[in-house]
Design a protein around this ligand. Structure first.
Ligand code: HEM
Length: 501
C-alpha cells in the first residue's frame, strides 16, 4: 500500500513539475500539446514535418515538440541558422567549441558513440576522430581510388543486366546492395567472409543509424526500460557492424606490420595515419588511432554512407526519369565529355567537367534531401533571431523546409537543376545568389558532413554509368515515390525497368 501511495505522490509531483515547466517555458511556440513521459509522440509519430504540414500555417517558421521531457525547437528558416552553423568561431582550426556543438543527450560508450564522430558529444574525442577521418575522406588520392572501385563494381552489375533485354527490379533494394559492396571495398578494403549476404550489411547499417538516433534522443533511464522489452535485438543487429570488423582490423594491422603495402581504403589509411609508416601529412600532437577507435569510425562511415547515398540515388533516378528534358541534357553532356564509347573510363578530371550532372545531383539534394533534419543542442545561453535560449535547448533543424522555402527559392517544388548553373552555362544562376545557409544538405559549421565531396563524386559517377548505357523506366509511372523516415528518408518499392540503349 505504501508503495502505491509513494508512486502516486511521485507521479503527481512529476506531472505537476512537467506542466509547471511547460506553462512557464521561455518563448512558447506553436506545437502539439505534450503528455508527461511520452511528450508528443502520439500526435507527431516518427516524422515531425508531416505533422507540421498538416497542422501548422505556412507562415510559422519555428515550432516545437517534445521527446519525453525534452523540448525540441524546430527552426525552418535560415534566419535561425547563423549561430547554429557558425564556422569555427572565426578561427581556421577546430580550436574552440561551438555553443551548438552537441547532438542530443548522452554519449553511450557501449555502442561506440564516444569514439566515433557522428554522435560524439565529447569535444576533444570528437575532434581527434574527426581530424583522422576527414583528412582521408577529403583527400584527392582517396577520391581517385574510390572512382576506380565504383567502376569495377558497377561492371559486375552491368553483366547481369546485359544478359537480358529488360530487367525489372526494385531499385531501392538494388541500390543498398550496390552501396554495401562499394562501401566494403572502399572503407574496409576486403570481403567480409563471415557475412551471409550484402543485405545483412544494409540492414545493419540502417539499424545502426536508427539505434544511435534513438539513444541520442532518449534519456538513459527510459532507453534502459525499452531495451528490456526487445530493443536488445535491434542493438545486437546494429552492434554486428562493429563486431564483424574487429578481427579484420587486427589482421590487417598485423599484415601491414609485416610489410604488406597499404591500399586506398579507409581502414588501411587509418591504420597508418600518424604511425611511422605514414608518409602523408601528420596530425600534430596525436597518437595513432587504436583498434577501438578505428572500429567505431569504420562502422559509422559504413552505416552513414550506405544510408545516405542509397536513398539520394533513389530520389535522383525518380526525379530524372520523370523529367525527359533533364534526361536529354544529361545525355548531351555525357556525349560531349565522354564521347560515344559507353565503356570509356571515368576519371576525376572528366567528372569535374560535368557541370550539368553536378547540377542534377545538387538539385536532388535540395529538392529531395534524404537527411531532412539535423540535431544540435545548445550548450550555453544564446540568441537566435529574436529568441533567447538557455543551455540544454535542442534544435531539430528542418533542412527540407529550409531548402524548399519559397521566400528564397523560385518554385521550390519544381525539380530544376538549372538553378545550380550560371547564366553562361544555360542556367538561371539562382544558387549563386542564395542567402547564407539557404542550401544545407550536408549541415554546416563545425560538424558539416566530412563525406560531402565523396558523396557528390559517387552520385555524379552513377548518373554517367546509368544513363550513358541504359534506358530506365518507372514501372508505376504515376505513383509518387514512397519513403519513410528512419533517421534518413528511406525509399522503398521503387520498381524500375532497365534495358540497354
Ligand atoms: C548524400 C549524401 C550525404 C548527405 C546528404 C549527408 C548529410 C549529412 C548531414 C546533414 C550531417 C550533419 C552535419 C551537421 O551536423 O552539420 C552529416 C554528418 C556526417 N556525415 Fe554525412 N551525408 C552524406 C554522405 C556521407 C558519407 C558518404 C559519409 C562517409 C563516408 C558521411 C559521413 C558523415 C559523418 C561521419 C558525419 C558526422 C560529422 C560530425 O558530427 O562531425 N556522410 N552528413
Amino acid at each position: 500500500m505504501e508503495i502505491v501511495t509513494f508512486a502516486g505522490i511521485f507521479l503527481f509531483l512529476y506531472i505537476t513539475y512537467f506542466y509547471f515547466r511547460y506553462f512557464t517555458r521561455p518563448n512558447p511556440l506553436p506545437g502539439p500539446f505534450p503528455l508527461p513521459f511520452i511528450g508528443t509522440a502520439f500526435q507527431i509519430g516518427l516524422d515531425p514535418r508531416k505533422w507540421a504540414e498538416k497542422n501548422l500555417n505556412d507562415s510559422i517558421d519555428i515550432w516545437e515538440f517534445y521527446v519525453g521531457p525534452f523540448r525540441v525547437i524546430v527552426p525552418c528558416n535560415v534566419k535561425y541558422l547563423d549561430k547554429i552553423y557558425l564556422l569555427y568561431n572565426g578561427a581556421k582550426n577546430l580550436s574552440r567549441e561551438s555553443k551548438f556543438f552537441k547532438r542530443g543527450v548522452a554519449a553511450y560508450d557501449e555502442v561506440g558513440m564516444l569514439r566515433g564522430i557522428m554522435f560524439n558529444n565529447v569535444f576533444h574525442k570528437w575532434k581527434r576522430s574527426r581530424q583522422f577521418v576527414t583528412r582521408i575522406l577529403m583527400s584527392k588520392k582517396y577520391h581517385y581510388g574510390f572512382i576506380n572501385s565504383v567502376q569495377k563494381i558497377f561492371k559486375v552489375f552491368e553483366k547481369q543486366w546485359d544478359e537480358n533485354d529488360i530487367t525489372t527490379l526494385d531499385f531501392s533494394k538494388w541500390v543498398t546492395c550496390y552501396k554495401a559492396k562499394v562501401t566494403i571495398v572502399t572503407i574496409i578494403g576486403q570481403p567480409l567472409y563471415n557475412l551471409s549476404s550484402f543485405d545483412s550489411i544494409s540492414k545493419a547499417a540502417s539499424e545502426y543509424i536508427a539505434l544511435f538516433a534513438f539513444l541520442v534522443f532518449v534519456p538513459k533511464c527510459i532507453s534502459n526500460i525499452v531495451m528490456l522489452f526487445g530493443f536488445n535485438t535491434v542493438k545486437k543487429n546494429s552492434m554486428f557492424l562493429n563486431g564483424t570488423m574487429r578481427n579484420i582490423i587486427q589482421n590487417r594491422r598485423n599484415e601491414i606490420k609485416n610489410g604488406s603495402t597499404t591500399s586506398f581504403n579507409l581502414l588501411d589509411l587509418l591504420l597508418v595515419s600518424n604511425s611511422s609508416n605514414d608518409s602523408e601529412e601528420y596530425i600534430e600532437g596525436e597518437q595513432p588511432m587504436d583498434d577501438d577507435e578505428i572500429e567505431n569510425n569504420l562502422a559509422e562511415s559504413t552505416a552513414t554512407s550506405i544510408e545516405t547515398i542509397s536513398n539520394t540515388l533513389c530520389f535522383l533516378i525518380y526525379n530524372v526519369v520523370k523529367n525527359p528534358s533533364i534526361l536529354e541534357k544529361i545525355h548531351a553532356e555525357i556525349l560531349k565529355i565522354f564521347g560515344s564509347d559507353i565503356n570509356s573510363t571515368i576519371t576525376y578530371e572528366t567528372l569535374e567537367s560535368c557541370r550539368y550532372i553536378d547540377a542534377v545531383v545538387k538539385e536532388t539534394l535540395r529538392h529531395s534531401n534524404p537527411v531532412p533534419y539535423n540535431l544540435r543542442m545548445l550548450d550555453d545561453d544564446e540568441r537566435t533571431d529574436k529568441f533567447d535560449w538557455s543551455p540544454g535547448t535542442w534544435f531539430w533543424i528542418d533542412h527540407r523546409r529550409i531548402m524548399n522555402d519559397p521566400n528564397h527559392w523560385k518554385e521550390p517544388t519544381k525539380f530544376n537543376p538549372d538553378r545550380f548553373l550560371s547564366e553562361e552555362n544555360g542556367g538561371t544562376d539562382e544558387f549563386s545568389k542564395i542567402c547564407k545557409n539557404g542550401y544545407v544538405p550536408f549541415g554546416g559549421g563545425l560538424r558539416i558532413c566530412p563525406g560531402r565531396i565523396l558523396a557528390l563524386i559517387e552520385l555524379k559517377m552513377l548518373i554517367v554509368l546509368f544513363f550513358r548505357k541504359y534506358n530506365i523506366e518507372l514501372v508505376n509511372e504515376n505513383e509518387p515515390i514512397k519513403y519513410v523516415y528512419r533517421a534518413t528518408y528511406q525509399v522503398h518499392d521503387l520498381m524500375i525497368r532497365i534495358s540497354q540503349k
